[in-house]
Each structure stands twice: as structure tokens, then as C-alpha cells.
Ligand binder design. Structure first.
Ligand SMILES: [Zn+2]
Length: 115
């Protein structure tokens, strides 16, 4: 036990990261479209007749890669992308704590020099 509430909070954030190990990058996109076959139910263009397509768009080294996700994996992929958002929030919280600690240390060191 450190007794420092900030360090304890940081420890909790860090430990919560292990639950996010299945995270996926990018954005999950659900798209409705016509397939183009003239005899298909989608040909009338009514929203309930359109085909649903699931895509994962990943920006990697400046390039956007789009992956088609089969229906049976769509729900899973969607939650895995959510995990990555959570990861970014947790990382930001850890970084905020570390920044505050660095600035605190800087202030202490300056006080020492001047004092
Ligand atoms: Zn169709």
C-alpha cells in the first residue's frame, strides 16, 4: 500500500487494462445497400429490403484499410472496437495522473533551487 490515492487510482486503471486485451482497432461500420441484382428483394430500395454489411475500417500508416466482417462475427467485432475506445479513455486517465505528478515534481524541484 502506497497510501497515495493518486497512485492507487493509477494502479486500478492499469489493472483494468487486462480486461481490454481483445480490443480491435478502427471503427465499426454498419452499412445498408443494394446488391445490384435486379430480381433481389433489395431492388425496390426499401430500407427493410436492403442488405446489411458490416465493415471494420482501420487506419494504418496513413492508409485506410476496410475489412468485411461476416454477420456471425459482427456483434463480437463491434464490442471489441468498443474495448479499444475504453482503452483510450483509460490510457488518457493514466497519462493525466502522470502529467500531474511530473508537474508536481517540477514545482518541488524549482522550489528547492530557489529556496
Ligand atoms: Zn440484393
Amino acid at each position: 500500500m502506497s497510501g497515495d490515492p493518486e497512485l492507487e487510482a493509477r494502479g486500478r486503471w492499469v489493472r483494468s487494462l487486462s480486461a481490454l486485451r481483445e480490443m480491435l482497432p478502427g471503427s465499426f461500420v454498419e452499412r445498408r445497400r443494394k446488391c445490384g441484382k435486379p430480381n433481389c428483394r433489395c431492388a425496390d430500395g426499401r430500407p427493410e429490403h436492403l442488405h446489411t454489411q458490416f465493415l471494420l475500417s482501420v487506419l494504418s500508416e496513413g492508409k485506410l484499410h476496410t475489412f468485411h466482417i461476416p454477420h456471425e462475427l459482427a456483434q463480437q467485432a463491434r464490442s471489441q472496437v468498443e474495448l479499444h475506445k475504453r482503452f483510450q479513455q483509460v490510457a488518457a486517465a493514466i497519462c493525466r495522473i502522470n502529467l500531474r505528478r511530473l508537474l508536481c515534481l517540477k514545482q518541488k524541484n524549482q522550489g528547492r533551487k530557489e529556496g
